[in-house]
Design a protein around this ligand. Structure first.
Ligand code: TRP
Length: 329
């Protein structure tokens, strides 16, 4: 069994792309692997979010993941700042992380450009804290996007360096988890590339039915097929990709046939697509709302998660202290 750890940024709402991408895989995977899902609120402090919104963001993300099917009785779901052990591990590991290599990471260079007046130590140490998130549970698989590959490479480097320096085989080497390359790429509704939060082309798990209808009806299309069996342009193929994940095979076939016969009416296609997206999202949205409104439940979930995560992390910190020569009198 692998130990899988997924770190979730505590900003931004989940969209359909997240859901049909990683999230549905997590929901399955939690039953077969040892899974940790946590919300990286310490990391978000590097950009100085308003204290009055930080907690709300954490709560949103947590509610959405639970609503989407992560099960706190199966996986370990926790908030990073509820597990202070990670900060000690980060301090200990920072003794073997070199300023030069941290300064050279793409994310740090990017942040220097974006927040030139706030180049704080937390930003420089971001990869060390992230490595500590992973190594505290000695995770072997870490689902990440392209933008996090360099951080994972650093994690492996820190682990190897630690093992080598202290002549131990303590930290395992973690690998990116890619879902066997089967990840469905959900396109955006603007005809350009995939759905993403920065692109503003997303349908969110928290969107109302009306919002979903409006977004889908506004999706970019073209002037229609010109000849039977003409090649499908990307903007239309994108709508079909969405249809395939939310609709029945019959519906997909129906519209495919219409397309091939040059008889398709995009308005009908979009109406159907909107209703089928609503069919997926509405129950999730209702769960999000009921979970977010249940403070007692959320507090139980994070408490249980923190306990499980701390049990795993405190063992690692105790081992690392001992390996580094910190001993009780
Ligand atoms: N840096 C990750 C991101 O921005 C979030 C993160 C923090 C993370 N710690 C992690 C991801 C540990 C995976 C493992 O998306």
């Amino acid at each position: 069994m692998e130990t899988v750890l997924s770190g979730i940024r505590s900003t931004g709402n989940l969209h359909l792309g997240n859901y049909f991408g990683a999230l549905k895989n997590f929901v399955q995977m939690q039953h077969s692997e040892r899974c940790f899902f946590f919300i990286a609120d310490y990391h978000s402090l590097t950009t100085h979010p308003d204290p009055s919104i930080l907690h709300g963001n954490v709560k949103n993300v947590l509610s959405e993941y639970l609503a989407a099917g992560l099960d706190p009785d199966v996986a370990t779901i926790y908030v990073q700042s509820d597990v202070p052990e990670v900060t000690e591990l980060s301090l200990l590991l920072s003794m073997h992380a070199y300023v030069g290599e941290l300064e050279r990471t793409a994310s740090f260079k990017d942040k220097i450009r974006k927040q030139a007046d706030n180049v704080n130590i937390g930003l420089l140490g971001y990869p060390v804290l992230m490595a500590s998130d992973i190594l505290q549970h000695r995770a072997t698989r870490v689902p990440i996007g392209k933008d996090q590959e360099q951080h994972l490479e650093l994690t492996r480097r820190f682990a190897r360096r630690f093992n080598q320096f202290y002549q131990v085989e303590y930290f395992p080497e973690c690998q990116a988890y890619t879902f066997g390359g089967e990840l469905v790429k959900i396109p955006g509704l603007d005809g350009s590339g995939k759905m993403g939060k920065s692109e503003g082309n997303g349908i969110y798990l928290s969107d109302s039915d009306a919002a979903i209808r409006k977004k889908v009806m506004r999706a970019v299309t073209d002037s229609g097929p010109v000849a039977p069996d003409s090649p499908m342009p990307e903007v239309i193929a994108n709508l079909f990709t969405l249809l395939k994940v939310v609709s029945t095979p019959d519906t997909v076939e129906h519209f495919t046939t219409l397309w091939n016969r040059c008889e398709i009416r995009y308005g009908d296609l979009k109406k159907q697509l909107a209703e089928d997206i609503i069919g997926v999202i509405a129950p999730i949205r209702e769960r999000i709302e009921s979970i977010a409104g249940d403070e007692a439940y959320l507090s139980r979930v994070v408490k249980q998660g923190a306990e499980k995560a701390r049990a795993s992390a405190s063992q690692t910190v105790a081992d690392v202290r001992r390996i580094m020569g910190i001993k009780p009198f």
